[in-house]
Design a protein around this ligand. Sequence first.
Ligand code: AP5
Length: 208
Amino acid sequence: MKTKIILLGPPGCGKGTQAELLGDRLDFVRLSTGDMLREAVRNDTPLGKEAKKYMDAGALVPNDVIIGMMKDKIRELKGTFLLDGFPRTVEQADALAKEIDIDVAINLDVDDEELVSRLTNRRSCPECNSVYHLINKVPKKEGVCDKCGCKLYQRDDDTEKTVRNRLRVYRENTYPLIEYYRERGKLATIEGIGDIEYIYTQVSKALK
Ligand code: AP5
């Protein structure tokens, strides 16, 4: 099985949802730059203060900040792991390639209108980072995380205006990574629309 994987794709394509399933069922260690940055913002660290202004606007945090944050974490990785939200630019991908040779980059393909609908209806857990949806993935008790019982919240960057900016930023900066990994024979593209469990089955097949 492929054990060093990247989850690629636009905001809201389901990276976090599939990462959670891969972590729960196949013991993948998950490194999510978005979760790491949100924790830094919550803890009001210098990194959090710097990152917040970019995140709130739906822009990317500068490459040097992200690469600095990730370098040591990547060096510590052993065994089976997945990267969610990193790399997001060619510069980040080159920095990653200097540290580690990944097995596959899984690209979840979803159209823009579906992405806007998913993100504006998303609710997230601040504690365990589980994600829900007001229609597609409803928690058992309204507003409460099934896994850890914390109160769910709506991310500041999940308003329609910011989501549309995130999609524009994705197309300009992250979309070129699809070609980057295709050229290196590492790309697996999966249709990201449909039943979450069905998509998980397709992701699992891409790991064989
Ligand atoms: P980050 O947290 O990484 O956000 P993102 O990439 O925009 O991705 P999301 O978390 O919004 O979506 P997702 O693909 O994980 O979808 P999810 O599974 O939650 O980054 C946030 C910010 O941090 C960035 O904007 C940037 O500022 C900064 N940042 C992070 N990394 C960076 C980097 N490397 N460089 C620079 N800056 C960086 O699903 C979404 C919703 O859809 C959920 O409600 C879910 O329940 C639902 N859903 C999932 N699958 C399905 C399905 N099949 N059908 C219907 N609904 C579904």
